[in-house]
Design a protein around this ligand. Structure first.
Ligand code: HEC
Length: 157
């Protein structure tokens, strides 16, 4: 009886250890799978955020201020002329979109660009605490200039 019990115990033990091993192997796979699914999904701003109007007019002063901020904070990923080819772009898990692509930029509202900049999505950080509301809207106006003054770059999308 004692022998039967111990054999039964060791079977139970082996089953438990096996189950734990399976869990340890499966959990990271599962979360990696979820991360991949998340990264491939398009980044959508909420409808009410898309409809928010840009309170900042495009002015030479506003563009100059935003250009400086862009060079300090954004250029490394988004590229000097907004083509998504900054010095860090190749190292990113997700490529920055081309602000030079007029077709692409026509599909997004100012409110959407502002919301994405404010919220951030890995690898891009949130700019909410780093840049003021005015600075973020001015950056939206600045980003808009890339598709306007660089028609040649839209062909190599
Ligand atoms: C570390 C690299 C990195 C930096 C720095 C960075 N971005 Fe981004 N940005 C990205 C990536 C990558 C995406 C695409 C994210 C996605 O699709 O999930 C993105 C997306 C965006 C979008 C959304 C565009 C769209 O049409 O969907 C805007 C707007 C934007 N960035 C503006 C900025 C601004 C302004 C700055 C500087 C203040 C900045 N980014 C700094 C990497 C970066």
């Amino acid at each position: 009886m004692a022998e039967w019990n111990s054999e039964n115990n060791s079977l139970w033990l082996r089953w438990t250890v096996g189950l734990f091993a399976a869990l340890i192997l499966l959990v990271p796979l599962g979360s990696r799978g979820a991360a991949v699914a998340q990264s491939s999904s398009p980044w959508q701003a909420p409808e009410d955020a898309k409809n928010v109007k840009n309170p900042e007019k495009t002015t030479p002063e506003g563009l100059a201020a935003a250009a400086e901020l862009y060079h300090q904070n954004c250029m490394q990923c988004h590229g000097e002329a907004g083509a998504g080819n900054g010095p860090s772009a190749d190292l990113l898990v997700r490529k920055p979109p081309k602000f030079t692509n007029a077709k692409l930029m026509d599909q997004v509202t100012d409110g959407e660009l502002f919301w994405k900049m404010t919220t951030g999505r890995s690898p891009m950080p949130s700019w909410q605490d780093k840049l003021s509301i005015t600075q973020r809207w001015q950056l939206v106006n600045y980003i808009r200039t890339f598709a306007k003054k660089a028609p040649a770059t839209t062909s190599n999308e």
